[in-house]
Design a protein around this ligand. Structure first.
Ligand code: 13P
Ligand code: SF4
Length: 305
């Protein structure tokens, strides 16, 4: 049996030999982060996908991330490391539902969170990630905007860009939206000196009680740039672990035990090993027309964000 270190060494050798760029979302396990070409949030991964020079890209994250890579690099072979790793929020709305919303609300632009299907993106004017949402919406010329599918991120954007008229729909992350104000009160009472850092997918009342609201990378960068010693982390609990590795002398506490994304946790180091050997994962193939329209919405994000 190979040890973790031996597997990682094999992966590093094979990805080089087989011309594979490994993109890893920050919610993945630490042992996968260690073999990445790039680690980041959804916005950072989209940017890297566009400029990666390798012929093959392996995405360790969830399906919409691999689809985004394929849209931005249609000539590359894109593999999703674990075929079942999906984002449940991305399944809440589809293209047909957006067409109906547009019919009912003529004159509105539609902005889609990147955690959505290609079919949905193809119906939208712009995509956003949690890191780029405020900037993209602020820079759009439209005043009337329907924001799908995450009502919590949409509500955060609306609070930051008050001159826009933002319509929300009923959708959101099943993991982040579970966090309650009672958990905030409890965590604050247990750790009175800690700063509370929260992802905008959390409910409005939770986000409003935070010291900082930001994307996965935003939260990690906040810790890197500040000298406080204690933090309560209001995003996927893998980030608590990664920050503890990076800053062993500081203290990190999870805001809630509910902050576990089962889909993000599906991918293992063995999955990555099998993929770089050429016998695992799923190759992402997209309908060409859908892909072209969806890419336009992503390009708007990369231009305005
Ligand atoms: P980030 O854009 O912060 O990486 O968020 C992606 C995600 O799925 C958060 O739940
Ligand atoms: Fe989707 Fe939430 Fe998991 Fe992110 S944490 S991938 S939004 S279910």
């Amino acid at each position: 049996m190979k040890t973790t270190r031996q597997l990682q060494e094999e992966i590093l050798r094979l990805k080089k030999e087989n011309d594979i760029c490994v993109l890893v979302h920050a919610y993945q396990n630490h042992e996968i982060l260690e073999i990445a070409d790039y680690i980041g949030d959804s916005f950072g991964l989209s940017e890297k996908a566009k400029i990666a020079t390798q012929k093959n890209i392996l995405m360790c994250g969830v399906r919409f991330m691999a689809e985004t890579v394929k849209m931005l690099s249609p000539d590359k072979k894109v593999i999703l490391a674990h075929p079942d790793a999906d984002c449940p929020m991305a399944r809440q709305y589809d293209g047909q539902m957006i067409r109906k919303l547009k019919e009912e609300n003529p004159g509105y632009a539609v902005v889609a969170y990147i955690n959505s299907t290609a079919d949905l993106k193809a119906e939208c004017d712009a995509c956003v990630t949690s890191a780029s949402a405020v900037e993209v919406v602020r820079n759009m010329k439209n005043k009337d905007i329907i924001f799908v599918p995450d009502c919590n991120l949409g509500s955060y954007v609306a609070s930051q860009v008050p001159d826009k008229n933002i319509m929300l729909v009923n959708g959101g992350c099943p993991c982040h939206s579970k966090v309650t104000v009672e958990e905030v009160i409890k965590a604050r009472a247990s750790h009175p000196n800690a700063k509370l850092l929260v992802h905008p997918e959390c409910k409005k009342e939770v986000s409003e009680s935070a010291d900082y609201i930001g994307s996965t990378t935003g939260i990690m960068d906040y810790v890197r740039k500040n000298s406080y010693n204690e933090y309560i982390i209001g995003t996927e609990n893998s980030i608590v672990e990664h920050l503890q590795y990076e800053f062993p002398d500081k203290k990190f506490y999870p805001l809630s035990k509910e902050l576990v994304c089962t889909d993000m946790r599906l991918t293992t180091l063995v999955d990555v090993y099998n993929c770089v050997k050429g016998c695992g994962g799923e190759e992402i193939l997209l309908d060409e027309t859908t892909s072209v329209y969806a890419k336009k919405a992503i390009d708007v994000m990369l231009k305005l964000g």
